[in-house]
Write a protein that binds this ligand. Structure first.
Ligand SMILES: [Fe+2]
Ligand SMILES: [Fe+2]
Length: 194
């Protein structure tokens, strides 16, 4: 089925300003975000091991995100940055996760939709970062990253459609995207992925 998923509100104006004012902090949060999305994909494999139609795609995403983690960590390392002992709580992810329903199958659908949603918001933000950076190498890095993230945006929703009626998935996705559009405007602005 052809469908189009986009964030329903732009990031608040202050966000890119906060990132440009403390790019090191953003880089650390970005690296951590890549590690977490890798763990998210592989976590789904661990939770739903018998859903064998989705496992190969999830492993592939897990590996790609881990490669992104390696690359962003490399950028951090070049700048003399290390990951902090404790990363501040990501209120955005906490609030999104809270909206997941509880039954095993309902939760699977919601998790997969959140997977796409988080990727699609990240695409919007990586584009902003790429457009605003002045350093040509970093700029190129974010443009290439953007291109390699594009397919993740629909990958999770496509997986959901293997197990649930498309109409149900798209209706629930619409609900999540509307919720997120409001959420992104109310979480505190910080030099972080969220
Ligand atoms: Fe990534
Ligand atoms: Fe991704």
């Amino acid at each position: 089925m052809k469908y189009n998923l986009q964030v329903l509100s732009a990031s608040p104006d202050g966000w890119i300003e906060a990132v440009m004012n403390d790019f090191d902090a953003f880089l650390i949060s970005h690296a951590d975000g890549e590690r977490k999305v890798s763990a998210f994909a592989l976590g789904l494999v661990a939770k739903y091991p018998t859903f064998t139609k989705m496992v190969p795609t999830l492993i592939e995403i897990g590996v790609e995100e881990l490669e992104h983690f390696q690359q962003v960590y490399g950028l951090m390392h070049e700048r003399g940055l290390s990951l902090p002992q404790k990363i501040e709580k990501d209120l955005y992810m906490v609030e999104l996760t809270k909206q997941c329903r509880h039954g095993r199958m309902d939760r699977l659908m919601d998790r997969l939709i959140i997977g796409s949603l988080v990727e699609i918001r990240a695409l919007e933000r990586f584009k902003l970062v790429g457009d605003h950076l002045e350093d040509p190498d970093l700029k190129r890095f974010y443009k290439i990253l953007w291109a390699s993230e594009v397919k993740h945006g629909t990958a999770y929703v496509d997986l959901a459609m293997l197990y649930f009626p498309e109409k149900e998935v798209l209706e629930r996705a619409q609900w999540f995207f509307e919720y997120e559009a409001e959420l992104i405007g109310r979480v505190p602005i910080r030099p972080a992925l969220h």
